[in-house]
Design a protein around this ligand. Sequence first.
Ligand code: GLV
Length: 322
Amino acid sequence: MKPAILVVRAIFPEVLEKLSEHFDVESNQDDVVFTPAELAHKLKGKAGAMTTASARINEDLLQQLPDLKMVANMAVGYDNFDLAACRAHGVLASNTPDVLNETTADFGWALMMATARRITESEHWLRAGEWKKWRYDYFLGPDIHGSTLGIIGMGRIGQAIARRSIGFNMKVVYHNRSRLSPDNEAYANNATYLEKEDLLRQADHVVLVLPYSPASHHTIAAAELAIMKPTATLVNLARGGIVDDVALIGALRERRIAAAGLDVFENEPKFHPDFLELSNVVLTPHIASASEATRRAMANCAADNLIAGLSGKTPPNLLTTA
Ligand code: GLV
């Protein structure tokens, strides 16, 4: 008999087919977002689950699921997993690193450029029929080229963002839990390590790509926004909760920084409604990795991890051993 698994959210049909060769698959192609109680109910008797960031895998859930052996997240971030609880219950956990680095770095640039050069704001104005003439000072914003790019979280995605800045003749400064090797700093456009406060004072464009954890909660809050340049932009590609959204709304409203580009939000998809009142913020619905090829690669990566883990092999992207 094949082991039973749950694919928690809708997914590419060919990935379901691949999983069906190995497992008795319960899918959710209607893409219902389960409550914790519904998720526990659906996972009863399952050996594995392919999850996304909306599924919280914690002690409370795992206590109810003695048959569960593995959870495979279709995301590089895994703050929805309590790894200590997974370990305690002998549940393997995996994520999907690397396959999304370049696509996410592309999107970081798209968001930074749209934010600095006011692309969505000016398009909304044009669509609203406001464009009657050209004026020298319409939609002025800060330059990207020749400016200082500050990256907080200099992992593989951060380094890919930094590398793209070579063509824009930018200076790169970064802050990270640990300093990169000289080789990696050279690869990342000769990035210079700074303490977070120094980076915030110096950078013209700040990009956040660090993982969420209790330690990175509100890495950018009122005190950090206060020391940024009034002409600076801030982009969050990482996770909601890394930025204090209420503090950011205050800073944007009072123009204490120029603008922000946000792909992630506290409590998403229920983001703070005041963002909608601000013209100096670009808002996207958590799509940084959403190129066709990359989302397929992530889904296949999660499936391959699950297939390996439930057949007694080491999953390629194992986060925790049982
Ligand atoms: C997306 O947010 C991811 O963590 O892959």
